[in-house]
Design a protein around this ligand. Structure first.
Ligand SMILES: [Zn+2]
Ligand SMILES: [Zn+2]
Ligand SMILES: [Zn+2]
Length: 352
């Protein structure tokens, strides 16, 4: 058996999976940490701390002090290839047809697999060993959001890629293997299932109404107010109407923007400040749960869509998915999103 990562398509639904045996070798500093515990007995300095640059692959991007050398000190944020990637930059892609999600007669063989080409990168948010992103300064947090944009723009030049999944895992239960705050991205030659489902649903709404469903959702949430957590001049945070996890939040730009790449530095600072506030409220009201946030944005080759609108989703690990969730894709949560929103509003730190 090869240990090269492979994309495999579920023969029935077309859902993609990545089989990446070499990922089993990665170190898990947080593997024995309790569900809510973020750092356990992690040793510092860790491989992401300033001065430990030799411990990571060479950086592909950084915000650095002028005059400082790559892979040495003087950085404020570094992006390095993942040492234990789920996808491979150097693999030879198969033909585009091999990555098609077409179902039915067009699908070809029952067992479809193709090399998992792509990029897997780690964005080290800051040189200090901080394990809670809300402890980043506004400018550090802004730079994390700017780095997402810079990497999306850079990876879009690779014609074999279709989608860049950008996400952050906070806490062992959310899948973080190191406590030092960092984000990750995985660039793929396919569009993942959930993005595809959102695109399909959004297009159906647009075909019917000629309006973007996310723009409609924002208007309705602002008018109702019951699920509104916080807003700023250009962004809004709401709890999800039909959540998978209690306290699940969506953060969206108020104006119609299909692609995250269009975010300005000023807007990134405003988003950073809003996100910090709502995450602090989440920490305060739920005793610092583990969580993931991830970006949903238009696929690299899809142009400027009138029906799709980028957003960030935050899913706190307030429960463990169990039989119905795995077996049916139907999630049970115990806190109503309207109550969650009112709790989060009450826990918001003062703005500014
Ligand atoms: Zn560290
Ligand atoms: Zn929109
Ligand atoms: Zn989404």
């Amino acid at each position: 058996m090869s240990t090269e990562p492979e994309l495999r398509r579920d023969p029935v639904t077309g859902r993609w999976a990545i089989v990446a045996p070499q990922r089993a070798l990665r170190p898990m500093a947080l593997s024995d940490a309790g569900p809510r515990h973020r750092s356990a007995d992690e040793r510092t300095p860790c491989p992401f701390c300033a001065g430990q640059e030799y411990d990571t692959p060479n950086e592909v991007f950084a915000f650095r002090d002028t005059g400082s050398e790559p892979n040495g000190p003087g950085w404020r944020l570094r992006v390095v290839p993942n040492k234990f990637p789920a996808v491979r930059r150097d693999a030879e892609p198969a033909t585009p047809a091999a990555y098609s999600t077409e179902l039915g007669a067009g699908r070809g063989a029952l067992f479809c697999s193709a090399p998992a080409v792509g990029a897997a990168e780690v964005l080290i948010d800051c040189p200090e060993h901080i394990d809670n992103p809300t402890q980043l300064s506004d400018e550090q947090f802004r730079d994390v959001l700017r780095a997402y944009r810079e990497r999306l723009v850079a990876l879009a030049t690779d014609a074999s890629l279709e989608y860049v999944a950008v996400f952050k895992n906070v806490g062992a239960e959310a899948g973080a293997s190191l406590g030092h705050t960092h984000s990750q991205l995985i660039a793929l030659p396919i569009v993942p299932e959930l993005i595809q489902a959102e695109l399909t649903g959004a297009l159906a709404h647009f075909t019917h109404t000629r309006r973007c469903i996310f723009c409609d959702l924002i208007q309705n949430e602002l008018a109702l107010g019951a699920r509104l957590v916080a807003r700023s001049d250009n962004f809004v945070a709401v709890t999800a109407f039909a959540p998978r996890f209690a306290y699940e939040m969506w953060v969206l730009p108020l104006a119609h923007q299909p692609r995250y790449e269009s975010i300005t530095n000023g807007a990134a600072l405003e988003l950073a400040q809003l996100l910090k506030r709502v995450l602090k409220a989440l920490d305060e009201s739920r005793h610092s749960p583990a969580y993931n946030w991830y970006l949903h944005t238009t696929p690299l080759r899809a142009g400027e869509l009138a029906h799709y609108h980028w957003h960030l989703e935050v899913i706190p690990r307030t429960a463990r998915p169990a039989g119905l969730e795995w077996g049916g894709g139907c999630h049970i949560t115990t806190a109503a999103p309207e109550r969650a929103a009112s709790e989060l509003r009450a826990a918001l730190p003062a703005s500014g």
